[in-house]
Each structure stands twice: as structure tokens, then as C-alpha cells.
Design a protein around this ligand. Structure first.
Ligand code: MRU
Length: 364
């Protein structure tokens, strides 16, 4: 997909983000020049989507080093750890955020440059590497995932998992883009995805720009479509995948997976290994973010509920692994038993990151 710019990038000493709150009405890219404002941008969902949040966290760490007044390595490390705590707290469910900030701290602790300026440059190079790897990983997931989708398929998609949810190309939507590139004729049922409407605002916008046939549906229409034979596959991304394959994703995903099983429709989660958290045994241990009441009581500033109505607004739910047909990663398609297949994918991916870093260090 041709895109003028990435969702997140570094320019003129700032973290640049497409402001996704303004889409589809306006396309605005804004620069953030402090760790506090980057953390606020993540929390307020200027940028959202697990891999995009991860890359933003990495650039936030590079920024922390850049603005730090520290003149020695110890001082810089102290500021980096503080920045990590602030960034990680911005959104708790998507593990890509703490994965990326941990990778930056780890680099700072072990990297060769001994002076603080060398370290600052190495951190920016690492953030760039995380962003570049994300695009390459999405391409690979697209390749593997496309094998699972037949020409002519009607695919039901939840939330936004496209270029906007990543640095570019996307996870589950990346699979759709890969199918389209291969000439497969795919039609997408786009869940609007209440309460924040990432499907209506962002996925519909991306698919229409890409010229991929789609219909926007109210979330409540999904069950009817599945029961009446109009859906061949359900596909979505993930914010965190537990070691046993349970998947935390945008609220409403669980309901889709259960109805898909009832109707013998395959269910695919598409997620990079940076979303797989082997430290979490199952979905019950994944923290579920709760967001503000206004997301439910208002749409675009318009009140749609009685003033003061009590609201409960969990942003994610957990789909138990038994409802998943497969999890697509950049290391290939993982099938049950997921604890073994995900572990294998994670090990291979970590070896690849290590090898890439060695190659980069040789060039520096
Ligand atoms: O609250 P959001 O918009 O950040 O939620 C995003 C999702 O739930 C996506 O499906 C998920 O991050 C995986 S897509 C890359």
C-alpha cells in the first residue's frame, strides 16, 4: 500500500505521529518533544495499535536520551529507566510497549559506546531498527497469513490492525493487503468497533484508500452474517498473547470468536512475536485497560446517554486459545498446541533480532 508517511517516525529531534484521533476527517502529523507528551499521546490515543505503540515507546526512549542533561552513562541510564516507567504506564494491555522500552534499556545497559553521545546515537539507531523491523515483520506475517485466505473470501475484521496500528502495512489487515497484492479478490466486513470506532474511522479509511472491497457493519451485525453463511474467516490482531495462546484484543473479539466457532468459521489472530508474552501463563493474568466513561457516553463530543449514567468501559477482552484456529506470526503460522508453537516462534525471532543487531554493530 502506498503511504506518504509512517504512523510513527523521528524528525528534527521529535517523535512524529499521525494524529489518529482526527481521522478520517483530517490527516495531521504532530511532533512531540518530551517524554511526558509522548506518554500522553499514547494514553490519549493519538497513536494506538500494539506495534505502533511499541515503536512510539522506542522513539520516546531515544527522545529521553536526547533531552537528558546527563553527562555520564549512569545519569543517562537513570533518566532512561524513569522514562520507561512513564511510557509503560500510558497503556497497560499492549505488551509491545514495555517490550520495546525494555529493549531500549537493555541496549543502553550493554551497548559498546562508552560516552553519552555515542549511547544517544545508538539508542536512536535502535528505535529506527524497531520501526524498520516492524514493517518487515508485517510483510512476513502478510505472506504467511495470506496462505490461509482463499480467493473470493469474505473476511470479518475487528478494530484497526492496518498501517495505522503499526509502523506501516499492518498485522491482520496486512494479511488482507498481502492477499490483494497476490490478486486474490477479498471482501472485508469491517466491524465499526465501538466505543472508539477504530473500524469505522480507521479501517474503513485504509481499505477504501487501498481499493479493497468492504462493507462497514455495526458490531451487532457480525453474528447474523456468520449464521447466514456470509463470513469465511474471522481475522484480528492482538495486544498481548499469553504463553498458552490466549489472546487479549480489542473489546468484542471474544464474542466474535465464540460465534465463529458455533458456525464452524476459522478464527485467525495475527501478531508479531513482540506481542507474545511468555511471562504470562494465560489470559487471566493479562491486565485489561479500563478507559474513560466519555468513550461510551459520547460520540464525537455528542452525548448519547443520560448525563451521569454509570459506565464500565474495558478496552480489551481475552479470547481463550481454544477458539483460535491459528496465530500468524512473522516466524510462520502457529497451530495448537500454542504453548509449544509460540515458544518456538519467539526463540527464532529473538535469534533474528540478535543477528540483525550484530550486523548493525559491524556497520557502525
Ligand atoms: O485501543 P487500540 O486502538 O490501541 O486497540 C488496538 C487493537 O486492539 C488492535 O487490534 C491490536 O493492537 C492489534 S493490531 C496491530
Amino acid at each position: 500500500m502506498a503511504r506518504a508517511t509512517r504512523t510513527v517516525f523521528w524528525e528534527n529531534h521529535k517523535v512524529m505521529l499521525i494524529d489518529q484521533r482526527l481521522l478520517p476527517g483530517q490527516f495531521v502529523v504532530t511532533g512531540f518533544d518530551s517524554v511526558a507528551t509522548v506518554a500522553a499521546a499514547i494514553r490519549d490515543m493519538v497513536v494506538r495499535g500494539a506495534p505502533a505503540i511499541g515503536a512510539t515507546g522506542a522513539y520516546g526512549m531515544a527522545l529521553a536520551a536526547h533531552v537528558s542533561p546527563a553527562t555520564d552513562r549512569d545519569g543517562l541510564l537513570r533518566d532512561l529507566r524513569e522514562a520507561k516507567a512513564m511510557l509503560d504506564a500510558a497503556r497497560p494491555t499492549a505488551v509491545n510497549l514495555s517490550w520495546a522500552t525494555a529493549r531500549m534499556v537493555e541496549l543502553a545497559e550493554h551497548t559498546a559506546p562508552s560516552n553519552d553521545d555515542g549511547l544517544r546515537r545508538a539508542l536512536l539507531a535502535e528505535a529506527d531498527a524497531i520501526a524498520d523491523e516492524d514493517v518487515a515483520i508485517n510483510r512476513r506475517m502478510g505472506f504467511y497469513g495470506a496462505e490461509l485466505i482463499q480467493d473470493g473470501a469474505n473476511v470479518l475484521h475487528h478494530c484497526n490492525t492496518g498501517a495505522l496500528a503499526t509502523v506501516d502495512f499492518g498485522t491482520a489487515l496486512g494479511v488482507i493487503y498481502a492477499c490483494a497484492e497476490q490478486g486474490k479478490r477479498i471482501h472485508v466486513w469491517v466491524d465499526e468497533t465501538r466505543p472508539r470506532l477504530q473500524g469505522a474511522r480507521l479501517t474503513a479509511w485504509e481499505l477504501m484508500r487501498a481499493g479493497i472491497p468492504m462493507h462497514l457493519i455495526a458490531d451487532n451485525a457480525a453474528g447474523h452474517l456468520m449464521r447466514t453463511g456470509q463470513v469465511d474467516a474471522v481475522i484480528f490482531g492482538a495486544d498481548r498473547v499469553a504463553a498458552n495462546g490466549d489472546v487479549a484484543n480489542k473489546i468484542g473479539t471474544y464474542k466474535l470468536a465464540v460465534v465463529a466457532r458455533e458456525n464452524a468459521i476459522p478464527v485467525y489472530a495475527v501478531a508479531p512475536t513482540s506481542t507474545v508474552d511468555l511471562d504470562v501463563a494465560d489470559g487471566d493474568q493479562i491486565p485489561i485497560e479500563e478507559r474513560g466513561a466519555e468513550e461510551v457516553t459520547h460520540i464525537d463530543g455528542v452525548v448519547i446517554a443520560p448525563l451521569g449514567a454509570p459506565v464500565y468501559n474495558p478496552a480489551f477482552d481475552v479470547t481463550p486459545h481454544r477458539y483460535l484456529t491459528a496465530i500468524v506470526t512473522e516466524e510462520g503460522v502457529c497451530y495448537p498446541p500454542f504453548d509449544a508453537s509460540l515458544r518456538r516462534a519467539k526463540v527464532t525471532a529473538e535469534a533474528r533480532v540478535h543477528e540483525n543487531r550484530l550486523q548493525r554493530d559491524k556497520k557502525l
